[in-house]
Ligand binder design. Structure first.
Ligand code: SIN
Length: 313
């Protein structure tokens, strides 16, 4: 018998626990249709803003050795009205959950977009207060008071299951502060983690940063962030996992990586850098690797090991 790797999020059936993270190659309808036709179990759209954005100057994404990446894309997107149209097309053509991702430049922008997506074909709304790449804007997810005010307002408006994509936290005090806020609101899942913000990669031959925006400062993704992502999944699973699902994202390249994230407490995982580097076939490959590793370990379903990270005695 094949191990079961399907999950339910917000009342929607996901055929597997593996789908795409908002961000890489998901800005346009043709790109979203590539995801729809792949083995990704859902289609997460690019984080959108009220108005279209061209994003930051290029070069703004660079692959790094060791299956990692740095980017400061600056939220290039077509504006939320296009993603409302895309959700309708995607729902009509494909039988997969569609996730809208919202990253407004202000709370009022977010309110407007949440209201609009309530009446859209998108199944789930993911609020993205964790982007490190908007020039002149702080990472909202690091301001616990602002997160409280935002969630108070947005959860009142939101009529769809709500996900929140969090930036990485590094200190237990911050995990606990954020967890306290999350506990107050009807949040379906948190996605841990967005890129580790404001890293600097230098090309020693050119004596320059490798990306142009923000003097070379950008979000680190891929393998370099896997262990921080695992720690965030584990901590939020311990703090809010009784009520809020955890979706793991950061440095997942193999089925064994997925296994580790589920063991730490994740319900599902999203793929970012690996999708950017390998393209849509990564979903089928990683799914097969997960199934084969579960068989090897004698597990029939994700529930057999989710969150059951053992301690060292
Ligand atoms: C970007 O477009 O800058 C990436 C979005 C994000 O960091 O959430």
């Amino acid at each position: 018998m094949q191990p079961k790797i399907g999950v339910t999020i917000g009342g929607f059936e996901f055929e597997t626990c593996i789908f795409n993270a908002s961000g890489p190659k998901d800005e346009t309808l043709p790109l979203l249709e590539r995801i729809a036709k792949s083995k990704a179990s859902a289609i997460t759209m690019k984080s959108c803003t009220l108005e279209p954005r061209v994003g930051n100057p290029e070069p703004r994404y660079v692959d790094l050795p060791g299956k990692s990446s740095i980017n400061s894309m600056g939220l290039p997107n077509l504006g939320y009205k296009e993603y409302i149209k895309f959700a309708k097309t995607l729902k009509k053509k494909y039988k997969k959950p569609v996730i809208a991702s919202i990253c407004g430049m202000s709370l009022q922008d977010n309110v407007t977009m949440f209201q609009a997506f309530n009446n859209s074909a998108a199944d789930i709304i993911e609020f993205n207060p964790g982007s490190p790449n908007t020039i002149g804007k702080p990472i909202v997810g690091y301001d616990i008071g602002e997160m409280d005010r935002s969630l108070a307002k947005l959860t009142k408006i939101c009529k769809k299951p709500l996900g929140v994509k969090l930036p990485p936290y590094f200190d237990f005090v911050h995990f606990e502060g954020m967890a306290k806020v999350l506990q107050k609101y009807p949040v379906e899942y948190v996605s841990c983690i967005n890129a580790i913000g404001n890293a600097l990669v230098i090309d020693p031959k050119k004596e320059q940063p490798v990306i142009k925006p923000k003097g070379g400062f950008g979000g680190l993704g891929g393998r370099f962030i896997k262990y921080t992502a695992l720690a965030n999944v584990r901590k939020f699973y311990e703090l809010v996992g009784n009520r809020i699902k955890i979706v793991g994202v950061g440095g997942i390249f193999t089925g064994v990586d997925v296994f580790e994230f589920i063991l730490a407490g994740a319900t599902a995982v999203q793929l970012g850098t690996v999708y950017m580097q390998e393209g849509p076939k990564c979903f089928a490959r990683i799914q097969m690797e997960l199934v084969s590793y579960m068989k090897k370990r004698g597990y029939d379903s994700l529930e057999d090991f989710r969150g059951k990270l053992k301690t060292l005695d």
